[in-house]
Design a protein around this ligand. Structure first.
Ligand code: PLP
Length: 469
């Protein structure tokens, strides 16, 4: 491209900014999408998915038309999304999206901040500090706790375990960053049989070895049984769970956390969606003892309903977390202020504290309590209405997860596809103690009592059509 061409391109882009219509176009499509998300089919139709093939084209050689690009994105992309924000999406543990949080995110995207240092984004640093303080208060965490704002709980677990590894080695005068794991003092990993798959992944990623995990047994709800723990000592990293991804059950955090602390072990709590139980009066008892841990992982994008991707690593031992994430380059000048990247594995990153701050500020303590209580109440409604319709519920519905027995693997998988194909709701399959189940996760602010009843009706219809084939 010649200089002349480039000057034209630059003028064109400047004009797009001053005209403002490109963003407005996108926002208009976005608003239309949002207001239709509840009414439309939750799963995209076959035609919409087939149309995605139209994205596949040779790499354009010349400059395009920006407005047409947004038009195409909406025309092809929007219909083939899964309507996760509509209120009848119950798959994985996917939260909805709070409008104020989304709007804040959009503005932050416009700022295009690199939340790496205080100097590159004072706003991002300030809002992260506020979030850190508010989260500590909401969860009742120790004063020394610091927060790293990451993509999700997967990475937050890695950070908790990395801080643990750093601290356990440092206590023995061993610099694990410099010398690595070969020759390191022993590091034991202890967790329950039902630890989330991302815990196992983190153990692997950190070179700790999944085959070295010392497993504790669990009860019929998936809760770790304290009496089956191995003898703990100060070389142990004990990983507990606040919210079993299937049953929603909580490990006995006070009993195990207390014993582990007494032994000098490091305790990490994986509370991706369940840590929020501590923020509601009706569910607070589930998370009793969570403050005894050394590190915690939690998501904003699940129970709190921020947009993706929003997770938080919390660590009582600031030195261990920042030590594990040590980074120095000639051009990195840390300040006396909050330099965000000291708490995260990435250097460059978006200012995801912004949408978290907006969600927390909008809901406030009472709103968060109401949201968590609502999710729990709708899960209980599911349990009651499904039981009344003759479905077997396999877990105690203590939080937002409901496990429904349908039949063998084939029947269960077919059932899931039938419910999705109805457009009425989106659910996933899982396994519970080896038994195939349909798993319902109530995780969106938008779900109404009527959405639950409609989904139960869709379950009954799917069962009926399956009986007749
Ligand atoms: C979702 C989940 C994770 C992983 O979190 P991501 O945000 O998807 O990375 C870990 N543990 C539990 C219990 C979860 O529910």
């Amino acid at each position: 491209m010649t200089d002349k061409h480039y000057a034209t391109l630059q003028r064109e882009m400047s004009a797009q900014i001053s005209a403002g219509d490109l963003l407005e176009r996108s926002l208009a499509y976005g608003s239309e999408y949002l207001s239709n998300a509840h009414a439309r089919s939750v799963a995209p139709g076959e035609d919409a998915q087939k149309a995605l093939a139209m994205f596949r084209e040779p790499l354009p050689t010349s400059t395009g038309d920006a407005a047409k690009i947004i038009d195409e994105l909406h025309a092809l992309g929007s219909p083939a999304t899964v309507a996760q924000t509509g209120g009848r999406f119950f798959g994985l543990v996917n939260g909805g999206c709070i409008p104020a949080s989304l709007a804040a995110r959009l503005l932050a995207d416009v700022w295009d901040q690199n939340a790496v240092l205080h100097a590159t984004s004072p706003t991002a640093a300030a809002l992260e500090s506020v979030c850190e303080a508010w989260l500590k208060e909401l969860f009742g965490l120790p004063e020394s706790t610091v927060a790293g704002f990451v993509t999700g709980t997967s990475i937050a677990i890695v950070l908790g375990l990395a801080a643990a590894r750093w601290r356990i080695c440092a206590r023995r005068g061993y610099d694990v960053n410099a010398r690595g794991l070969a020759g390191a003092p022993p590091l034991r990993i202890v967790t329950g049989r039902h630890a989330h798959s991302t815990v196992i992944k983190a153990v692997a990623l950190l070179g700790l070895g999944t085959a070295n995990i010392e497993w504790a047994e669990v009860d019929e709800q998936g809760r770790l049984l304290p009496e089956t723990l191995p003898e703990l000592d100060d070389s142990c990293i004990v990983i507990l769970q606040a919210g079993n991804v299937n049953s929603g059950a909580f490990d006995p955090l006070r009993t195990v956390g207390g014993a582990a602390r007494d032994s000098g072990a490091w305790v990490h709590i994986d509370g991706a969606f369940g840590l929020w139980a501590a923020a509601a009066a009706a569910t607070r008892h589930l998370a009793d003892g969570l403050e005894l841990a050394d590190s915690w992982s939690v998501d904003g994008h699940k129970t709190l309903n921020t947009p993706y991707d929003n997770g938080i690593a919390l660590c009582r031992d600031a030195e261990a977390l920042t030590g594990a994430l040590e980074n120095s380059g000639a051009y990195i000048m840390y300040s006396q202020e909050r330099d965000s990247s000291r708490y995260t594995p990435e250097l460059s990153r978006r200012a995801r504290g912004v949408e978290l701050w907006a969600a927390l500020k909008y809901l406030g303590r009472d709103g968060i309590d109401a949201l968590v209580t609502h999710l729990h109440a709708r899960a209980r409604q599911f349990s009651e209405e499904l039981s009344a319709a003759g479905f077997a519920i396999l877990n105690d519905v203590v939080f937002n997860q409901v496990l429904v027995e349908i039949g063998n693997q084939e029947t269960t998988d077919a059932f899931v596809l039938r419910v999705r194909a109805s457009g009425e709701a989106w659910v996933g399959a899982s396994a519970w103690f080896g038994k195939p189940v349909v798993r319902i996760s109530v995780c969106s602010w938008a779900t109404t009592p009527d959405d639950v009843s409609r989904t139960v009706a869709a379950f009954e219809a799917a069962r009926k059509s399956q009986e007749t084939v």
